[in-house]
Design a protein around this ligand. Structure first.
Ligand code: SF4
Length: 351
C-alpha cells in the first residue's frame, strides 16, 4: 500500500506492479513512473512495463486494520486482457477479506470487467471460487488460516468457506475510464453493485449512459429523458487531461455538461482538475463557482474535505487576526506559522 497524490483516494495497492498491454500513447505510468519504480525495487518487469503480478502486496491490505479508501492497480489495469481470471481472483479474495477498506477499481476494459463480475464461477455461492482464492492467498499469507480471527476480525465478507455473502463485493466500487463518447460502454450501467465513472482525462463531450436518451433541450441544458440507468451510478469523477493543450482542455463546456447531467440525475460528482488561463487548477476554490463540486460516493480517511479546510482556515485567520493586535515579538513567529498553515490549506486571508 502506498500513499497517493490522487485526491479521491487514500492509498493505492498496485499488486499488478507497473505494467500494461494496452499501449495507450498518453500513459503517464509508462512515461514517468515505471522506470523509476522498477529501478527502486529492482523489478525488471516494472521497469519494462510488462504485465506481471506482486501477490505479496495484498498481504499488507489484510494486516492494515484502519479503514482506508484504496485504489486497486492504479499503475496497471486489473482487467488487462493478459491477466488470467485466476490472478484477478486473488485480488478479489483480498478485498473480500478486508471489509474495513473501500476498494476503488478502475479499468478501460469494460467488457472484461462485466465478464468477470457476471462469470458463473465467480458470483455464485458454490464455494469453489472462494476456496480457489483462499488457496491462492495462502501463497502470500501463510498464517492466515492458523489464526484467522486475529488477522481478519469478526466482520468477514466471506462466510464459512461457502461463498461470498454478497456479490459483487459491497466494499468494491467498479469504475470505467471514459475519455470520449466512443469509450462509454452501453452496458456498463447494467453491472450490479457499486459503480463509478472516471471521465478523466475528458477529451470531448460525453453523454453518460449512451442510449439513455440524453437530449439537449432548447434551453441548452442536458435533459436525461431516461433516468433509471443513470441513477444506478454511485458517482462520477471528471477532469481535464494533465497535459497542456490536449484536445478537451481548451474549454470548460465538456466538464460543465457532465456536472449538469450528474446533478440532473442526482449522481455525486467530483470535479478533480481543469485548465484555466493556461494553468492547471486542482483546488476547487479556483474553479468557476458552478463547477465546485467535490462529492464522492466513498469516504476518505486521510484527506480533509474542502469544507473542513475552509473551516480550519477560518479559525486560523481569526487567530492570526488576534495575534496581529498584539505587539509581542514572539507573535511574529506565530503569525508566520499561521501563514504556513493557510498556505498548506490553499487559503488566502486577503493580505
Ligand atoms: S490502460 Fe492505463 S496503465 Fe494501461 S497503458 Fe493505458 S493508461 Fe497505461
Amino acid at each position: 500500500m502506498n500513499r497517493t497524490g490522487i485526491s479521491y483516494l487514500d492509498f493505492t495497492c498496485n499488486a499488478g506492479g507497473c505494467g500494461c498491454s494496452m499501449g495507450c500513447v498518453e500513459c503517464w505510468v509508462k512515461a514517468k513512473v515505471a522506470a523509476r519504480v522498477g529501478q527502486n525495487i529492482g523489478c525488471d518487469d516494472c521497469k519494462n512495463f510488462r504485465v506481471h503480478f506482486h501477490p505479496e502486496r495484498l498481504e499488507k491490505l489484510i494486516r492494515t486494520k484502519k479503514p482506508f479508501v484504496v485504489g486497486m492497480d492504479f499503475t496497471s489495469d486489473i482487467f488487462d486482457p493478459l491477466r488470467m481470471f485466476d490472478e484477478i481472483d486473488q485480488r478479489y479474495a483480498a478485498m473480500a477479506l478486508c471489509p474495513q477498506h473501500t476498494f476503488i477499481v478502475l479499468t478501460k476494459q469494460a467488457k472484461r470487467m462485466r465478464e468477470y463480475i457476471a462469470s458463473e464461477h465467480r458470483g455464485d455461492n458454490s464455494g469453489a471460487r472462494v476456496m480457489a482464492c483462499l488457496i491462492a492467498l495462502d501463497i502470500c499469507c501463510e498464517d492466515i488460516w492458523k489464526d484467522p480471527g486475529s488477522i481478519l476480525g469478526e466482520d468477514l465478507i466471506i462466510t464459512d468457506g461457502n461463498g461470498f455473502r454478497d456479490w459483487p463485493l459491497p466494499n468494491v466500487f467498479h469504475g470505467l475510464t471514459v475519455r470520449t463518447q466512443k469509450e462509454m460502454d452501453p452496458d456498463f450501467l447494467k453491472i450490479p453493485g457499486n459503480k463509478w465513472l472516471s471521465l478523466e482525462p475528458l477529451w470531448g463531450e460525453v453523454f453518460i449512459g449512451p442510449g439513455c436518451g440524453v437530449v439537449r433541450s432548447n434551453y441548452d441544458r442536458w435533459v436525461p429523458s431516461h433516468y433509471p440507468p443513470l441513477h444506478r451510478l454511485s458517482g462520477v469523477v471528471v477532469g481535464h487531461d494533465n497535459r497542456r493543450g490536449v484536445p478537451g482542455t481548451e474549454t470548460l463546456d465538456h466538464i460543465r455538461s457532465v456536472v449538469e447531467q450528474c446533478r440532473a440525475a442526482g449522481v455525486k460528482v467530483y470535479v478533480k482538475q481543469m485548465w484555466i488561463n493556461g494553468k492547471l487548477r486542482t483546488k476547487s476554490e479556483d474553479f468557476p463557482e458552478d463547477l465546485r463540486h467535490r462529492q464522492l460516493p466513498w469516504k476518505l480517511t486521510t484527506k480533509l474535505s474542502d469544507e473542513k479546510c475552509r473551516e480550519i482556515a477560518g479559525e486560523v485567520m481569526l487567530i492570526k487576526g488576534n495575534l496581529r493586535q498584539s505587539h509581542h515579538r514572539r507573535c511574529r513567529h506565530e503569525i508566520k506559522a499561521c501563514d504556513k498553515i493557510l498556505e498548506i490549506l490553499g487559503a488566502k486571508d486577503g493580505d
